[in-house]
Ligand binder design. Structure first.
Ligand code: DGT
Length: 228
């Protein structure tokens, strides 16, 4: 294992917070694979997205309910996404680096934004979710030092989603993936929302598995060295 252990003593001595990275990108852009790449390094906390919790909350599959009947379940689903994401943001890490898959920000600026624009959410439901988001932002510290944006083409991730065949996602149309792509670009590249919580590193995540490791390596320097 490669080590960034020397940073730990420095961390506890100075009581420094971990260097916190959000890994963002469209559905199927390879966020989990990116996190797995960093498993070879010691002393990094990896927090994968709590999809399994969304699929089984006391026996209820909220992800499936949301895809099957969005008008009815979007509010419930996004409310639980916010809770589980906040838990990840607040989870302490005793390592110098913390890598997180997605964030409260992509939930709000990509998914909730989409549901508001296409009227899946009633304006009153959107207003409640937005108030929660603002309250959290202003009252609960959310650390963010870097965003790694795995940029993809909608047609490529669409093919990957079909291939991986996650049962809940079988009804996802290309138009939804295209819209989510635009929303990620608006948030992370065009900066239409005032809040982008950290600098953005853009990686080409269209590359297939045989080439992607080299692309991932481009981020190692920033992620591992910044913790020093
Ligand atoms: P990866 O590793 O890049 O392939 O990541 P995925 O596709 O496993 O993870 P992600 O977060 O892009 O999506 C997991 C599923 O959950 C996908 O069907 C979209 C859905 N999802 C994630 N976050 C939200 C959210 O805040 N709202 C909604 N409506 N869906 C979400």
């Amino acid at each position: 294992m490669l080590s960034v252990a020397s940073n730990i003593s420095k961390m506890s001595a100075n009581n420094v917070k971990p260097f916190t990275v959000f890994v963002e990108g469209n559905i199927g852009s390879g966020k989990t694979t990116f996190l797995e790449h960093f498993r070879q390094f010691e002393d990094i906390t990896l927090l994968t997205e709590p999809v399994e919790m969304w699929r089984d909350l006391k026996g209820c599959n909220l992800l499936e309910l949301m895809y099957k009947d969005p008008e009815k379940w979007a509010m419930t689903f996004q409310s639980y996404v916010s809770l589980t994401m906040l838990d990840m943001h607040r989870r302490p890490a005793s390592t110098p680096v913390k890598l997180m898959e997605r964030s409260l920000f992509s939930a709000r600026y990509c998914f909730v934004e989409h549901m508001m624009r296409n009227n899946t959410l009633h304006p009153a439901q959107f207003a409640v979710l937005d108030e929660w988001f603002r309250f959290i932002q202003h009252n609960i510290p959310i650390d963010a030092d870097l965003i790694v944006y795995l940029k993809t083409s909608p047609s490529i991730v669409y093919q990957r989603i079909k291939k991986r065949a996650r049962s809940e996602e079988q009804c996802v149309p290309l138009s939804y993936i295209e819209e989510l792509h635009r929303l990620h670009e608006d948030w992370l590249i065009n900066r239409i929302h005032a809040e982008c919580p950290a600098p953005v590193l853009v990686l080409d995540a269209d590359l297939d598995l045989s080439q992607i490791t080299d692309e991932y390596k481009r981020s190692e320097h920033q992620i591992l060295r910044k913790a020093v």
